[in-house]
Design a protein around this ligand. Structure first.
Ligand code: ADE
Length: 225
C-alpha cells in the first residue's frame, strides 16, 4: 500500500518510523510519503491560509497550494481522505475498507478548514472521503491521520505477524473485546477467573462471549442496538 500525506507539519509523522508500522515500511509493505504543503507555495512567506469569505473567525487554507500538492500525488486510483470534525465517522469498518485500497492520500487541514473547492476538485479526479475521528475538535488533521493510518496499516496483510489476533479484537464482531489475563495465576490477592485455567475450550469460549456481552452492555449499549 502507498500512503501520501500532505501537511504543514511533516515532522509530526516522524513517529511512523517506529513500532509495527515502522517495520512494515522497512519491509516495503507500506510506502509512506510525507509532503510539506508549504513546498507548493510561491510567495516569500510561504502562505497557506487567508481570511474567510463571508466573514467569521479563524483562517481558511487557500486552494492554490493544495491544488498543486494534490496534482503531485493523486491519481484516479487514489482515495483522498480529508480528516474533519464535519466528516463521516471513522470506525473499524472504515479502516477495513481503506485497508483494501492501493493508494491513500491524506490531506491534513488546519485552522478553520480547507477551501471547499479543493475537496470538490479532488472529488472530480479521485474518490474523496471526509472522515471524523469522533465528536470532538482537534487543532488539525494530523493527529486524526496518525490514528487512521495506525488503524488501517495494521489491517494490511503482512503488517501483523499473527493475523488471527485481528479477529478477536474489540469491534471486529460488533462487540467489545473480553478481558485478558496472563501469569501469575494469583497477583496481589487477585485470581485469574478459574474457567481460564480449566483447559475446557468450550467453557472458555462461552465465558469470553458472556464477558463481551456484559462489557458492551455496560460501556457501549449503542453497539447492541
Ligand atoms: N480535525 C479536527 N478535528 C477532527 C476530528 N474530530 N476528526 C478528524 N479530523 C479533525
Amino acid at each position: 500500500m502507498k500512503i501520501d500525506i500532505v501537511t504543514i507539519f511533516p515532522e509530526f509523522f516522524g513517529v511512523l518510523d517506529v513500532s509495527l508500522l515502522g517495520k512494515a515500511r522497512q519491509a516495503g509493505i507500506i510506502d509512506v510519503g510525507v509532503h510539506d504543503l508549504r513546498d507548493f507555495t510561491h510567495d516569500r512567506h510561504r502562505t497557506v491560509d487567508d481570511t474567510p469569505y463571508g466573514g467569521g473567525a479563524g483562517m481558511v487554507m487557500r486552494p492554490e497550494p493544495w491544488g498543486e500538492a494534490l496534482d503531485a500525488v493523486v491519481t484516479p486510483e487514489s482515495v483522498v481522505v480529508f480528516p474533519s470534525p464535519a466528516g463521516e465517522r471513522f470506525t473499524q469498518a472504515t479502516a477495513r475498507e481503506l485497508a483494501l485500497e492501493p493508494h491513500l492520500v491524506f490531506g491534513c487541514g488546519r485552522y478553520e478548514g480547507i477551501d471547499q473547492r479543493v475537496i470538490d476538485h479532488a472529488g472530480s479526479v479521485a474518490r474523496v472521503r471526509e472522515i471524523s475521528l469522533g465528536d470532538y475538535v482537534l487543532n488539525g488533521g494530523e493527529v486524526a491521520v496518525m490514528a487512521m493510518i495506525e488503524a488501517v496499516g495494521r489491517l494490511v496483510p503482512g503488517v501483523i505477524g499473527n493475523a488471527a489476533s485481528l479477529d478477536e479484537e474489540s469491534h471486529e464482531g460488533g462487540l467489545l473485546e473480553y478481558p485478558s489475563y496472563t501469569k501469575p495465576a494469583e497477583w496481589r490477592g487477585r485470581e485469574v477467573p478459574p474457567v481460564l485455567l480449566s483447559g475446557n475450550h468450550g467453557a472458555i469460549a462461552a465465558w469470553r462471549h458472556e464477558q463481551q456481552l456484559e462489557r458492551t452492555r455496560a460501556r457501549r449499549p449503542d453497539l447492541l442496538s
